[in-house]
Design a protein. Structure first.
Length: 407
């Protein structure tokens, strides 16, 4: 469930960073507070044992002080910064490739609508079926790699209940006796249906048929990369080395950062009882490690993991909408800039010809619901101060003021 915070960074006010810093959901505080609390309690417990005459005698305290000095002078032997930096960089590269290849269906749905024309039931059903098969392929893969989708669609029958898979299609799947995954089956159905449509002249040329199959394979290839990343993770030994280095470092700090009292003291700094600077270091390094853990498997159920269920719903809704509205376009009419050289300036609030600019209120609406839903966009500072959005437009007369609508 991705945590969105970009709208809080829309301005450069001095309090913006503090608003983001003290958020809880998806924050570093939520990830490390338990470990920081346990580490601090252990540190104070060791400090109490060392300072108390009840647990250690004078000779034992000297040995403890020498041990703390030994650990402190050799703590830098663990190259924790280098190890963590390289590890996070490697994981971030994988994470970027994963999010790029999640399977966004808009381009493929638009191309299918461009290949298969017609408003009759056969053409509409053909377009919708091909797009549903693309989404079905995505769901098959997400069911194996995403915990969220596994919970939503635990069985094939749950796909039938959701209407994504038909009973006759499940029967065809059951006939395929295959020991490996059958992600490829809906893609093969798409190729077969497209070939049939080409023979029936529904797809009007071999080039369109070939391109449709190529685009389908491109979609499959993107999803195949997700399977590859899930199949071959970063070597376990690498992750173990990084995690071990970080946690061993702070286990050693439990002793090395103790304030040594008496004649055996090797330090002259202030005794703060609580190791403030080491705790700050703990927040940074353990937080850095938690970043790596969050990026290592973004298909989990944490705050910052990918919203796979949302992507499935969006792909289904958008593909079906594209299938139904492929030829519903507005009539071509002269716009405000017809035979006019006035254009909006991109660097100031004036037109290039020197005219002034005014602000008029406009908003987005979704009219296909029973009740219109206003959807603000992030445009100006007024976004944080008002529920109404603003655009910068030129001085217009009443006839030219337009309500901007997004279907």
């Amino acid at each position: 469930m991705t945590v969105s915070y970009h709208h809080q960074l829309a301005s450069l006010s001095s309090l913006v960073n503090f608003r983001v810093l003290f958020r809880w959901k998806g924050s570093v505080w939520k990830l490390i507070y338990k470990e920081l609390l346990v580490w601090t309690i252990l540190f104070l417990a060791i400090s109490f044992i060392y300072r108390s005459d009840y647990f250690l005698n004078a000779k034992q305290k000297i040995i403890f002080g020498n041990l703390a000095y030994y650990f402190d002078t050799r703590l830098e032997y663990i190259p924790i910064t280098f190890i963590l930096g390289f590890f996070v960089d490697t994981i971030l590269s994988r994470w970027s490739n994963i999010i790029t290849n999640m399977g966004y269906i808009e381009s493929y749905a638009l191309f299918i609508s461009n290949c298969i024309h017609g408003n009759n039931e056969n053409a509409k059903q053909l377009r919708q079926t091909l797009m549903r098969y693309l989404c079905l392929t995505q769901i098959f893969i997400f069911r194996d790699i995403s915990i969220q989708v596994q919970k939503r669609f635990p069985t094939i029958d749950s796909l039938i209940d959701a209407g994504i898979l038909l009973k006759n299609e499940k029967e065809k799947l059951d006939l395929i006796k295959f020991q490996y995954n059958n992600y490829w089956v809906p893609i093969r159905w798409i190729h077969a249906i497209a070939l049939k449509a080409r023979k029936q002249e529904i797809i009007t040329s071999d080039l369109l048929y070939w391109k449709l199959c190529a685009e389908t394979d491109k979609f499959r290839h993107s999803l195949q990369l997700l399977c590859n990343y899930d199949w071959v993770p970063i070597p376990l030994v690498y992750s173990q080395v990084v995690f071990l280095a970080v946690y061993v470092h702070f286990l050693i700090c439990l002793i090395s950062q103790q304030f040594i009292v008496g004649d055996n003291s090797h330090t002259s700094y202030l005794d703060l009882i609580v190791p403030v600077m080491t705790m700050i270091q703990f927040i940074f390094f353990i937080g850095w490690l938690k970043v790596a853990q969050a990026l290592l498997n973004p298909f989990g159920d944490d705050d910052d993991d990918f919203e796979c269920n949302y992507l499935i719903d969006k792909n289904l809704a958008q593909s079906f909408c594209i299938a139904d509205n492929y030829d519903r376009v507005p009539d071509i009419q002269p716009d405000l800039f017809w035979q006019s050289q006035k254009v909006l300036s991109t660097s100031s609030n004036t037109f290039l010809n020197g005219s002034t600019v005014s602000k008029i209120t406009c908003f987005f609406r979704l009219d296909h619901f029973e009740e219109p839903i206003n959807r603000p966009s992030i445009q100006l500072e007024q976004y944080n101060k008002s529920k109404i959005d603003y655009f910068v437009l030129p001085n217009l007369n009443k006839n030219n003021k337009m309500e901007i609508t997004r279907l």
